[in-house]
Ligand binder design. Structure first.
Ligand code: BLA
Length: 291
């Protein structure tokens, strides 16, 4: 019998300790006013942390603790633009009845058409992905727009809260994060200016997408109100969206343009697809063509 609510804090503690063992974490104090805040319901607690390190532009974590009814972890690590490293991404939503999980090393560059980037970073990690894809099976149909940001080793899963899969999730999180740190350790800084620019733009496109369309926004707005939520998204969660590039959401994703020039409020234009994992056991893309 579980008496106390499950918490994601140990995930954060593990990640910070593990990073500290390998590099120098420097606190960033971004959004210190949100370090620990209460949601408008007076109960739910939101905590944030942010750091940088020599190869890491931003490592940040957001946890939401709402007792038995809700636990959320949003943990990410973004490389400095001199590195084409993937973006570490852990988004775990635990509600009273269901869990929604995305765990991935989100690719900075194409892994669907070409094989260069895929082989550089994912080839050796495919067995790890296979192991957890069996334990945490493909979660249901997903939007094509999200899939574009996922790698061959993405863990996309949903499970009932009664299934108690959190131990498996914790070990997946630890293994994926250690794999990311290993890649970071080995990464050499790019010196070619046009490649650095290309990394910068790819990261900016990713930030622009998530700052506008992440599925957690409505809940965040409900918890802390629209203006705090927007501020948290742009200056904390997806920090860099205003500094790494100057293109707008509609420059990157023109298909979202409405006739009056505003951004289509829908999260997806293409709709949901991919009822099964569109990557084979060698990490090759086997889904239909993505735009
Ligand atoms: C749902 N979160 C989802 C879903 C995905 C993600 C794929 C399923 C809904 C869908 O099919 O679109 C996560 N999607 C991602 C990630 C990327 C992506 C990580 O494209 C990266 C590129 N989730 C959070 C936070 C909250 C949260 C911070 O990360 C809450 C504050 C909640 N996620 C949340 C909720 C849902 C969800 C409530 C269900 C929403 C719905 O189905 O409409």
């Amino acid at each position: 019998m579980e008496t106390s609510a499950f918490s994601y804090h140990k995930f954060v503690r593990f990640a910070l300790e593990e990073t500290q063992r390998r590099t120098d974490l420097i606190p960033l104090h971004l959004q210190d006013q949100y370090k620990c805040m209460k949601a408008m319901d007076g109960k739910t607690e939101i905590k944030t942390l942010s750091f940088r390190a020599p190869k890491i532009r931003l490592l940040r974590s957001l946890t939401i603790e709402g007792g038995q009814s809700m636990q959320v972890l949003d943990f990410a690590a973004f490389p400095e633009p001199e590195f084409d490293l993937p973006i570490f991404c852990a988004n775990f939503f635990t509600g009273a009845t269901t869990n929604i999980v995305v765990l991935d090393l989100n690719p900075l560059h194409d892994v669907i058409i070409g094989k260069e980037y895929r082989e550089k970073y994912y080839k050796s990690l495919v067995p790890l992905g296979q192991k957890y894809a069996e334990l945490l099976p493909w979660g249901d149909k997903i939007t094509s727009e999200s899939l574009r940001f996922f790698s061959p080793i993405v863990i996309w899963t949903k499970f009932a809260s009664s299934q108690y899969k959190h131990d498996v999730l914790y070990s997946a999180f630890m293994d994926y994060f250690k794999a990311w740190l290993e890649l970071m350790d080995q990464a050499a800084a790019e010196t070619n200016a046009s490649r650095i620019l290309c990394n910068c733009e790819a990261q900016h496109k990713y930030l622009t997408w998530r700052a506008e369309k992440d599925p957690g926004h409505p809940l965040l707005k409900k918890l802390i109100g629209e203006s705090h939520a927007k501020d948290l998204l742009k200056s904390f969660l997806f920090n860099g969206v205003h500094s790494l590039g100057s293109k707008t959401f509609l420059d990157y994703f023109p298909e979202y343009r409405c006739e009056d020039g505003t951004i289509n409020k829908n999260r997806s234009i293409m709709g949901k697809s991919f009822g099964t994992r569109p990557w084979n056991a060698s990490g090759e893309y086997i889904g239909n063509t993505l735009r």
